[in-house]
Design a protein around this ligand. Structure first.
Ligand code: FE2
Ligand code: FE2
Length: 199
């Protein structure tokens, strides 16, 4: 197993900062400053939206929902300008801003094969799961004349089997994320199709 962007760390953020978050204006201004690629901004908004939707689905309180949302919204914030330092740069920024360590840890573990950090909490695991699937379902919506309308799980699964379609999306990571989360790929797809931010 290769860790192309290995973080070589196990601790992220500080317990002292539990509960510290960026508000909506602060998180959006970080994205505006750092990310010029609109598609990437939209990807992060989609993942943030799914994370929040899942926290709502689980009945978590508003603070927890916001924490889940932020981990999704910021997970690729450094990819546009510092792809070689993804996701080290955003982690260091959030640490400097004394942000809740749980958010930083979730971001650090959103690609275990790349960063060498295992997703351990439910939030970590769902970020990993939604990241690839959100992009995949979005790619599928773009190739369908009717977009997201009447999209079905079986249609998405059919595309997953077609290795040439959205080839950059790792099927291996999707299977791994599903296994780690203990939620079937079918169920994950169903949730994404139902809750994905469409525009
Ligand atoms: Fe990423
Ligand atoms: Fe991502």
């Amino acid at each position: 197993m290769e860790f192309s962007h290995a973080l070589n760390r196990k601790e992220f953020g500080s317990e002292e900062n539990l509960g510290n978050v960026l508000n909506d204006a602060e998180s959006m201004s970080l994205l505006t400053d750092w990310v010029k690629n609109e598609k990437l901004v939209f990807h992060m908004k989609q993942v943030g939206h799914l994370m929040k939707a899942y926290a709502i689905f689980k009945g978590y309180d508003a603070e927890t929902q916001h924490m889940w949302y932020l981990s999704g919204l910021l997970h690729d914030a450094d990819w546009d300008q510092w792809p070689d330092h993804h996701c080290r740069k955003i982690i260091e920024e959030l640490e400097a801003r004394k942000i809740d360590p749980r958010i930083i840890k979730a971001i650090a573990s959103h690609g275990p094969r790349y960063f060498g950090v295992d997703p351990t909490t439910e939030m970590d695991k769902m970020l990993y799961a939604f990241d690839e699937l959100s992009g995949f379902v979005h790619a599928y919506s773009i190739m369908r004349p009717q977009g997201y309308e009447e999209m079905e799980v079986k249609g998405v699964k059919k595309r997953l089997k077609d290795k040439a379609f959205a080839a950059q999306v790792s099927r291996e990571d999707i299977a791994d994320a599903s296994e780690r989360a203990g939620i079937s790929v079918d169920e994950l797809i169903e949730f994404v199709v139902k809750n994905q931010l469409r525009k």
